[in-house]
Design a protein around this ligand. Structure first.
Ligand code: DSN
Length: 410
């Protein structure tokens, strides 16, 4: 029986969410729209199979086709990112990072990551996360004036702190990272170099972000952001680190892998290897730049002065509105964003002084620079008049018209 017949409650809510996604503009920098092919694999019969272990070395029988699928995903990931080894089993970015830590660190070891309020991730040393509870984080920051990474300052801190592992790759940093500089710092202090490329993996696959493969000892990434795959993650590394990564994922961290999601990852890697994906990735960056230009033309202050990626971080302080207020007002107008701390934010992560936006999802809908500028002008109007109900209603209609012109699935 179909879902509609067996569970009308869940079916009805999925229908509502579908309508909601269709009729709203998604500017959350970590979200995207997976293709129908990716969703078909995610929702496939593979969800029925237990496959603890790795291809040809499973703890259950009956994995002949599952093995082929996982091997295909691994092979495609290796080619796409030009790496020696890929483990496609991590269920999520956080679990990939846990496995990466356990592959290279002992509980209590010191590591260095970017401060959370400066754009780092929860798993890069937050005191309320495993990374800050079980390990000893020491943070580096961006430069106070430029709001960009200062590699000399990071080097100095690494020499002082002597961390066993250094993380680069962030959730709210709009500039391109100098991976070679991180490699040199790691070599100088004898640290493992870990790159969390979750946000810009799709840009890297599409050739508009420099490859980290020649430099990092461990690369973790989610597969659902700019890479446009299913919700999930993977870990890549040079061949010499393959065994410790695989052991840390299974049996270290996880049991049975989600082979349906692994199949969807394989589909995503295939899609990302096509020439059209390179065009897409380039358009994502062009659109983010257009959005940044539109914001600046209307007097918004952008952290780090703009963007080189898919992501724009707005400092709302000069506009006298918090991130939380802006996010809520925009949501009422049909524009979905997320509040975010800005470097050295004086507000809590729950309130924040910033708003993070990204261009990946709207680019998937087919929007180009002029469309995204239009979106940018709507965002600015709402931010400047968050309590104007008439404006929010009018914007919501404009948003729906734009959404109709750019359907998610054709
Ligand atoms: N919270 C995600 C993001 O939005 O960047 C990362 O886990």
């Amino acid at each position: 029986m179909s879902l509609k017949q067996t569970d009308s409650a869940v079916y009805g809510l999925i229908e509502k969410e579908t309508e909601y996604q269709k009729k709203t503009l998604r500017l959350i920098a970590s979200e995207n729209y997976a293709s129908k092919a990716v969703m078909e694999a995610t929702g496939s019969i593979l969800t029925n199979k237990y496959a603890e272990g790795y291809p040809t070395k499973r703890y259950y029988a009956g994995n002949r086709y599952v093995d082929e699928i996982e091997l295909l995903a691994i092979d495609r990931a290796k080619k796409l990112f030009n790496v020696g080894h890929a483990n496609v089993q991590p269920h999520a970015g956080a679990s990939a990072n846990i496995a990466a830590f356990f592959a290279f660190l002992e509980v209590g070891d010191k590591f260095m990551g970017l401060d959370l309020a400066n754009g780092g991730h929860l798993t890069h040393g937050s005191p309320v996360n495993f990374s800050g509870k079980w390990f000893r984080p020491t943070a580096y920051t961006v430069d106070k004036k430029t709001e960009a990474l200062d590699y000399d300052a990071i080097r100095k801190r690494a020499i002082e702190e002597k961390p066993k592992l250094i993380i680069c790759g962030y959730t709210a940093y709009s500039l391109i990272i100098d991976f070679k500089a991180f490699r040199e710092i790691c070599d100088e202090v004898g640290a493992v170099m870990m790159a969390d490329i979750s946000h810009f993996a799709g840009l890297m696959a599409g050739g508009v972000y420099p490859s980290v493969a020649p430099y990092a000892d461990i690369i973790t990434t989610t597969t659902h952001k700019t890479l446009r795959g299913p919700r999930g993650a993977m870990i890549m590394c040079p061949e010499k680190n393959a065994q410790r990564i695989d052991k840390a994922v299974f049996p270290g961290m996880q049991g049975g892998p989600l082979e349906n999601v692994i199949a969807a990852k394989a589909v995503c890697f295939h899609e990302a290897a096509q020439p059209e994906f390179r065009t897409y990735a380039a358009q994502v960056v062009k659109n983010a730049k257009a959005l940044a230009d539109e914001f600046m033309a209307h007097g918004l202050r952008l952290v780090a002065g703009g963007t080189e990626t898919h992501l724009v971080l707005v400092d709302l302080t000069p506009k006298g509105i918090t991130g939380k207020e802006a996010q809520m007002a925009l949501e009422e107008a049909g524009i979905i964003t997320n509040r975010n701390t800005i470097p050295f934010d004086t507000r809590s992560p729950f309130i924040t002084s910033g708003l993070r936006v990204g261009s990946a999802a709207l680019t998937t809908r087919g929007m180009k620079e002029s469309d995204i500028r239009h979106v940018g002008s709507m965002v600015v109007k709402v931010i400047e008049n968050p309590n104007d109900s008439e404006l929010k209603l009018k914007t919501r209609k404009e948003v729906e018209e734009l959404c109709d012109r750019f359907p998610i699935y054709r």
